[in-house]
Ligand binder design. Sequence first.
Ligand code: S3P
Length: 446
Amino acid sequence: MAHAEPPIPVTARSHGPLSGRVRVPGDKSISHRSLILGLLAIGEARIHGLLESEDVMHTAAAARALGAIVHRDGPGAWRVRGVGIGGLREPAGPLDFGNAGTGSRLMMGVCGAHPITVTFDGDASLRQRPMRRILDPLELMGATVVAQQDGGRVPITIRGPKEAVPISYRPPVASAQIKSAVLLAGLAAPGETSVIEPEATRDHTEKMLAHFGAELRASPDGAHGRRIVLKGQPELQAAPVLVPADPSSAAFPLVAALIVPGSDVIIESVMTNPLRSGLLATLREMGADITVESESDAGGESVATLRVRASALCGITVPSERAPSMIDEYPVLAVAAAFATGTTRMRGLQELRVKESDRLAAVEAGLKAAGVTCRIEGDDLVVEGGSGSVAGGGVVATHLDHRIAMSFLVMGLATRKPMQVDDGAMIATSFPGFVALMNELGAEIG
Ligand code: S3P
């Protein structure tokens, strides 16, 4: 189940200022959740703006294998007729999630609380990622791990209990995936399931559960944490979902516009959920010229059209408590930091070691390939900025990681010599059309 295509090296070179108006595809987190809640609801959920990327398509296939009728009406327009909580069908074969940590972990939560046996698998990257963090709470809820690799890696086979046991769970790390898996499992349990997170993480699962009719409440816990309590065994009713543009994808044209001299780019309707907008706050602290052209609401999420102009950035220290709100944006932030004046220290990045690749190591190696001085100190990444000038000229190993590929292609738009990534194929897992969208703005990537 490795990524099937042969590696596709891609090169980015500087080619003058970027300008124009773009809209990036739908949010990956919300897209996965819309299909999963569609599966668990009664009735037909209509989804607009679904991200049609490889990761999300694996979740759609899994929802079908578990009994949902999933239909595509046109670009981004999907319908899901669910089976209701308790109505999941045992799939005929293993569920292949490809590269998708979110799809696999959230579906483990769903399946691990139902009396069915399900095998989860994925590509070489997913097979490296820790799943114990999901299996531990599921075992407390009554699931049996029938088979696992290497202390909790896929392929994993889980058998759910006849009736799941509600728990009160404190995830050992701040992770929306762990929180979501426990809440989704809690849907099948009687009584109340609660999650007490050490730091608040993206709340898309909670919002969408409420939108589908579940009863849950959230309250602050400690300085940065949150307690979410879900009433089990609700009858979820299908509801329409409008997927806003993904801020984690918008981050790439945004940083490109900041670092390519003379650029002026408008990015339309980007989701600005405060639990996702740490990158905007950080870049503004660094001196980025980002203005809000208009603000509105899209399906219960705030969205804003952003105007981004090339800016002289300065190095800052990014506090660790900001990490959950920008966890996927550190690779491209590190690229921005390479062009800043002075030192940028990003604190508390331990979770980057267990993403689609070891992102801490991959970013350090990529920056070094571009001639940037940087180092890892404990769990911090420290980047010495080149005051707008970075040599480039290197080849970056992407390790099956879409965000490493896109980050270093963005970098190559502003380095003195071109940057090459060893494989651009993985970009399709989250941002199909990335190269075309960037080139529409005047980039030279190919
Ligand atoms: C996601 C949560 C984050 C993030 C991932 C998407 C989600 O992972 O990195 O890309 O949709 O819940 P963690 O929850 O493991 O930090």
